[in-house]
Design a protein around this ligand. Structure first.
Ligand code: FAD
Length: 435
């Protein structure tokens, strides 16, 4: 007979948002048995960005329990046993396959039923797969993706099995850039392939990208732009051995890593809740159109107050903050109170090789570069501003110090007027530091 369990609160998902929501519930106080976290993963919530960085180091690699939430923001580390100690039920290896928001119930793949009073949807994203686009041979062995810890373990296994071999990385976003670096550090012969004219095109300008592409090339990473992987061939044992490109070239490969984007996991709720821009529509407290149902992290399309529009943000800082906001709003409402509206300043970052960049704000309007963006310098330190309607709206820096990165955040938040683009270039980070 299938089990039925009831909780006051259920967090659906076991990723970054789930971990930070659990932490906030715990700090506000939950009674034993009130809260459950349900995840299809086998491990307690962890800081997902580690999977494409420290997890893949050839030496001293990051491993759980080292990066469980909420260490990424300097918060308390919630080990699997911490959930128990705090009276939170952590239900792992459990995929929810059916959600009935009207009946307030979830059903797992094993047929267990979970009832809730309040639901927080924190299902995150799933990777886009080349098999979804019908790319020939895309189901060959050692064509790998990276989203969850199981995926990362497969990458580690392949790195060990194919030591010093050839890797092709498909995609020029942050996953592509971080994985290319990780494979290179592991002594692979690495080629990146992406269709756009430069890497990280959704954020980087041509100037910023030129720095990273030259830096990577100097590290021995080959970069092929303006084409896509159109097919794969495999050895008789099923393992990939060649990537065909649309421009007619082909590349040998022992491992292929694909990072071509992600889509939010909203399918369980289709037709039951209002959507917007591909995500679940929420208000400034992450409440959805359905009473007692909240959505946070990658799946939420929320009002970005500063810019007066609705956005979906697939980055870790927002997944943490939206989760905290939702729990604070839930708890405040129970006490008859309210919290301030979410007022998010977009923040993204990435790290690879010895590089580390941060970006705050909006990358719209004209942009200017400042500082020393010579990729051959041992300590590159440069940045960029985006200026719209005479105001600085976005700020980026590679190699910034803690204080400089704080200044980036301040300038993007304050949106000061900029006299001229030339002055910004000359003043560089000191413009932001004055704010
Ligand atoms: P997730 O963390 O993806 O968690 C979703 C959880 O829900 C997962 O545990 C999943 O298994 C579970 N789940 C989904 N559906 C079901 C179901 N039906 N039943 C049960 N469980 C389910 N952002 C940055 O800003 N900087 C970075 O450097 C950076 N690096 C990244 C590196 C990698 C490899 C990846 C994949 C992402 C990275 N991100 C980074 C993005 C960031 O990690 C995400 O934005 C963040 O994890 C989103 O949090 P979330 O809780 O919404 O989703």
């Amino acid at each position: 007979k299938m089990a039925e369990k009831s909780f006051k609160y259920i967090i659906l998902g076991g990723g970054v948002s789930a971990g930070y929501a659990a932490k906030e519930f715990a700090s506000q106080g939950v009674k034993p048995g009130e809260l459950a976290v349900i995840s299809k993963e086998a491990v307690a919530p962890y800081e997902r960005p580690a999977l494409s960085k420290g997890y893949l180091f050839p030496e001293g690699a990051a491993r759980l329990p080292g990066f469980h939430c909420c260490v990424g923001s300097g918060g308390e580390k919630l080990l699997p046993e911490s959930y128990k100690q705090k009276g939170i039920e952590l239900i792992l290896r459990t995929e929810i396959v059916k959600a009935d928001l009207a009946a307030k119930s979830l059903v797992s793949a094993a047929g267990d039923v979970f009832k809730y009073e309040t639901l927080i949807i924190a299902t995150g994203s799933t990777v886009l797969r080349l098999t979804d686009f019908g790319v020939k041979g895309a189901d060959s062995k050692n064509i790998l993706y990276l989203r969850e810890i199981d995926d990362a373990d497969k990458v580690v296994e392949a790195i060990q099995a194919k030591k010093g071999g050839k890797a092709v990385v498909v995609g020029g976003g942050y996953i592509g850039l971080e994985l290319s670096a990780a494979l290179r550090i592991n002594n692979f012969d690495v080629t990146m392939v992406f269709p756009e004219p430069w890497c990280m095109p959704r954020l980087f300008t041509a100037d910023i990208a030129a720095f990273y592409e030259t830096y990577y090339t100097n590290k021995g990473v080959k970069i092929i732009k303006g084409t896509v992987a159109s097919g794969f061939t495999a050895h008789p044992n099923g393992e990939v051995n060649e990537v065909q490109l649309k421009d007619g070239r082909s590349l040998e490969a022992d491992i292929v890593i694909v990072g071509v984007g992600a889509k939010p996991l909203t399918a369980l709720f289709k037709g039951q809740v209002e959507e917007d821009k591909g995500g679940i529509k929420t208000d400034a407290f992450f409440k959805t159109s359905v009473p007692d149902v909240y959505a946070v992290g990658d799946v939420a399309t929320f009002p970005l107050k500063m810019y007066g529009d609705m956005r979906r943000v697939e980055h870790v800082d927002h997944s943490r903050k939206s989760a905290e906001q939702a729990v604070k709003a839930i708890k405040a409402a129970e006490g008859g109170g309210a919290v301030e509206e979410y007022d998010y300043l977009p923040f993204f970052y990435s790290r690879s090789f010895d590089l580390s960049w941060q970006f705050y704000g909006d990358n719209v309007g004209d942009s200017v570069l400042f500082g020393d963006s010579n990729p051959s310098n041992p300590k590159p330190r440069f940045g960029a501003y985006w200026v719209q309607d005479g105001k600085v709206v976005g700020a980026f820096m590679e190699g910034g110090s803690g204080d400089e990165n704080k200044a980036l955040a301040k300038v993007a938040k304050a949106r000061p007027a900029a006299e001229s683009l030339d002055d910004l270039t000359k003043e560089g980070i000191s413009f932001a530091a004055k704010i």
